[in-house]
Design a protein around this ligand. Structure first.
Ligand code: NAD
Length: 256
């Protein structure tokens, strides 16, 4: 039961972040949603979660590519018992052609943001006497693929940051772990389908089955609900001694 706890989830107006927000709210946690936009739809999501799950939920705009915004998000939340570092973007290109500004943006959003939010949240967790840091890495935090240099560097980096955070909080009632999803059919994956269709002259179904899910032995996408369930488990008492490690939710990808 997570009632009385507040969860801040970065990049949570869609996909995995939103799925995790829903599951934590169903478990009773109050929710802070985030992205870099400030649309009515963003605030409506928070309202829907609050009404459905009978918790407090609000949306705070903050751009996770900017360190000061990351820190302000946590400060403005005021409480942060559960921090889920989830915001992420992707860009696919061979290294010589990889745009330097895309490299910088991916490192900032997918990796450095977690450093800034964690720095701001740990003192709050220590004061509260309980805390959970959950970093959303990837199967690409443990393995590589061509053309995703920045993403893979950032995801390996966040696995390392998770271990260090765990060691620095080992004596506190705080844990830090990384969830490593395989393919989940969210907007970040949807956006890769048209280009891959062109590149290989394939249909959508062929791209999904013959390119994407070849890495995933289950041949099924993982779901945002499964990511939410895994995050909720990491917040439970059963997981109090699980720290500094990775949990793969990837249909067997990393077993190959
Ligand atoms: P998504 O595109 O639906 O979600 C990304 C979220 O990050 C969105 O809410 C977006 O608004 C937010 N975001 C992007 N830039 C931001 C910024 N500058 N500031 C604040 N928020 C920002 O995709 P997703 O699949 O839900 O991705 C969530 C996380 O899961 C990412 O870190 C991604 O790398 C990781 N992941 C996804 C998969 C997958 O197959 N979908 C697999 C492994 C890991």
């Amino acid at each position: 039961d997570l009632s009385g706890k507040t969860a801040v989830i970065t990049g949570s107006n869609s996909g995995i972040g939103l799925g995790i927000a829903w599951e934590l709210a169903r478990a009773g946690a109050d929710i802070v949603l985030n992205s870099f936009t400030d649309d009515e739809a963003d605030h409506a999501l928070a309202q829907e979660i609050a009404q459905t799950c009978n918790v407090t939920a609000r949306y705070i705009k903050a751009d996770m590519s900017k360190g000061a915004d990351c820190r302000r998000l946590i400060a403005e939340a005021g409480v942060c018992d559960i921090l889920v570092n989830n915001a992420g973007i992707q860009h696919v290109a061979p290294i010589p052609e990889f745009p330097a500004d895309k490299w910088d943006a991916i490192i900032a959003i997918n990796l450095s943001s977690a450093f800034h939010t964690t720095a701001e949240a740990l003192p709050m967790m220590r004061k509260a006497g309980w805390g959970r840091v959950i970093n959303i890495a990837s199967a690409h935090g443990l393995t590589a693929s061509p053309y995703k240099s920045a993403y893979i560097a950032a995801k390996h980096g966040i696995v390392g940051l998770s271990k260090t955070t765990a060691l620095e909080t080992a004596k506190d009632p705080i844990t830090c772990n990384a969830i490593c999803p395989g393919y989940v059919l969210t907007p970040i994956v949807e956006k890769q389908i048209p280009d891959t269709m062109k590149e290989y002259d394939m249909s959508r179904e062929e791209v999904i089955e013959q390119v994407m899910l070849t890495r995933q032995p289950s041949r099924e996408f993982a779901t945002v609900e499964q990511m939410g369930g895994t995050a909720t488990f990491l917040c439970s008492d059963a997981a109090a001694q699980i720290t500094g490690t990775t949990i793969s939710v990837d249909g067997g990808w990393t077993a190959l």
